[in-house]
Ligand binder design. Structure first.
Ligand code: FNR
Length: 180
């Protein structure tokens, strides 16, 4: 199983990237890879098709080669950060036949707010539905008050780590069996 990990934050010490770091260690029986989506230019139809920049082609190849995606998203103004929306817009083309069609996607989020980014998760699922991706239909994995459990870009709370392990186990089971 090859899982592509995408973070919606490029912030030093990002809570969401910390979740991906922990996930990468927990997914030891999988191959994981990452792509820094902040490198991508803003989507423009003029840059698409035969004109795709090399970085966009590399990103699309990474999405194509992945059996599944794990996205860690911050919540910005009750939605997902522009950098993540932009990456998904690239990956969603051509519409309805893109590498995102049917792609299994799991979502995690972390926020200093008690709500843990749940509104961003709802928006992300909506966006993924627009490109016919296959969102993991599980109760959400959110980390609220993330500053209490993540320090210096590292998840430092065993209970949260166990909860993440359980979420990922469920995701792998769903990927392998198609069952929840
Ligand atoms: C935020 N933040 C935030 N948090 C939240 O729970 N709901 C929200 O609507 C917002 N809105 C928001 C907008 C903008 C522009 C910024 C910069 C931040 C706070 C956000 O959760 C916090 O900055 C996290 O630390 C971002 O995640 P990373 O970078 O730590 O992964």
């Amino acid at each position: 199983m090859n899982i592509l990990l995408l973070s919606g934050s490029s912030r030093n010490g990002s809570f969401n990237t910390a979740l991906l770091d922990s996930a990468a260690s927990l997914l030891k029986d999988c191959q994981t890879s990452r792509f820094a989506i902040e490198q991508l230019p803003f989507y423009s139809d003029s840059l698409d098709g035969d004109n795709r920049p090399a970085v966009v082609r590399d990103f699309i190849t990474a999405v194509e080669q992945a059996d599944a995606l794990l996205i860690a998203t911050p919540e910005y103004n009750y939605s997902i950060p522009a950098v993540l929306k932009n990456a998904l817009d690239w990956a969603s083309r051509p519409a309805f036949v893109s590498p995102m069609k049917g792609k299994p996607v799991a979502i995690v989020s972390a926020s200093p707010a008690i709500s843990g980014g749940i509104q961003a998760q709802a928006h992300l699922k909506h966006v993924l539905a627009g490109m016919l991706a296959n969102s993991y239909p599980s109760p959400a994995f959110c980390v609220g008050q993330s500053h209490n459990v993540i320090n210096n870009g590292k998840l430092q709370d065993s209970e949260t780590e166990q909860r993440l392990a359980g979420y990922l186990e469920g995701f792998l089971h769903w990927l392998e069996t198609g069952r929840l």
